[in-house]
Write a protein that binds this ligand. Structure first.
Ligand code: MEV
Length: 320
């Protein structure tokens, strides 16, 4: 029996702890890798072939790429061109991240695809190169993203991010647990980004001061995370939710879940990612994540526990 060499790359999804939307306009933001993500299997091939349960299939031998796979295909083409490879690749994409839910599903797929593709063709990319190639896919999906999702999928951990700069790792002195609750409502990040950006035209001065406040509170949140100062962190999360909600980024379902998590004993809660549906994150008191998750379940809200920090993209090979 002939064994073939396959390469696997796993990239995590993310939560944004502070600064979403403002980050697109130059604010600092904090994001963290989570324990769900995308797994991509790749092998050298004569053409380009993509197989995904969620996104459909494509073969460069047979016609049109479905819209859902265009970002992935462009990232693969750019990767092949970048590494100077004439051969193709076959990739099989799997993910346990819900799509269009604010948990960085498209970035995890892009990062894992770029990493697995280059590895299958014997080329090791630097983290910066993976970010740049995955951003090709992200720009097709989201228009003008800041790059925070891709950076956290590559570097993992908890990052302090500013658009156009290399992220800084926030080293936690102790683990911190968050709850992630999904509203079950899907939305398009690109639409939320342009809705938010309209505010800049209507209220330029207010907008500028909110971007500065977002940076200021993000720096405070970063040191609160380092020192596990949950009271300060919770306060900042509540501030961000109130502001984002006032700016039309929340929904009544998200506000309802935020309220229930606070009622159940969490110190802070906020929408995470683009909003308009998707997920919220909540900060339980130390050691109470499991109890609060149980309480929420009784109120009909599913909460998963995420213990930070978690790692970024990983690659390995197997003989199959
Ligand atoms: C999306 O996960 C986060 C946003 O800030 C957009 C971005 O930064 O690209 C809404």
């Amino acid at each position: 029996m002939k064994l073939s060499l396959k390469f696997f790359a796993k990239a995590p999804g993310k939560i944004i702890i502070t600064g979403e939307h403002f980050v697109v306009h130059g604010s600092l933001a904090v994001a963290a890798a989570i324990d769900k993500g995308a797994l991509v299997e790749a092998e050298a091939f004569e053409d380009i072939e993509i197989v995904s349960k969620a996104l459909g299939s494509f073969s460069s031998k047979k016609g049109e790429v479905p819209l859902s796979l265009k970002p992935t295909l462009e990232a693969i083409r750019a990767t092949l061109e970048f590494i100077g490879e004439k051969k193709g690749v076959k990739v099989i994409i799997d993910s346990d991240l819900p799509v269009s839910s604010g948990l960085g599903s498209s970035s995890a797929v892009a990062v894992a695809t770029v990493t697995a593709t280059s590895s299958a063709l014997n080329h090791e990319l630097s983290p910066e190169e993976i970010v740049n190639l995955a951003m090709i896919s992200e720009r097709i999906t989201h228009g003008k993203p800041s790059g925070i999702d891709v950076n956290v999928a590559v570097y993992g951990g908890v990052i302090l991010f500013k658009m156009g700069e290399k992220p800084k790792q926030i080293e936690l002195n102790k683990d911190v647990e968050f709850l992630v609750c999904h509203s079950g409502i899907e939305r398009r990040t690109s639409e939320m980004i342009s809705k938010f950006s309209k505010m800049k035209k209507s209220y330029p001065n207010l907008f500028t001061s909110l971007v500065s406040s977002s940076s200021y509170f993000t720096e405070m949140a970063a040191s609160a995370l380092v020192n596990k100062d949950l009271t300060t962190l919770g306060y900042i999360m509540n501030f961000f939710h109130a502001v984002l909600s006032n700016l039309g980024m929340s929904t009544k379902e998200l506000d309802h879940i935020v309220e229930k998590t606070l009622e159940s004993g969490c110190i802070g809660a906020k929408l995470t990612g683009a909003g308009g549906g998707g997920c919220i994150i909540a900060l339980p008191k130390s050691g109470e994540a499991r109890i609060v998750a149980e309480l929420l379940k009784r109120k009909g809200i599913d909460a998963s526990i995420v213990k930070l920090p978690l790692e970024g993209v990983k690659v390995w090979r197997e003989k199959i």
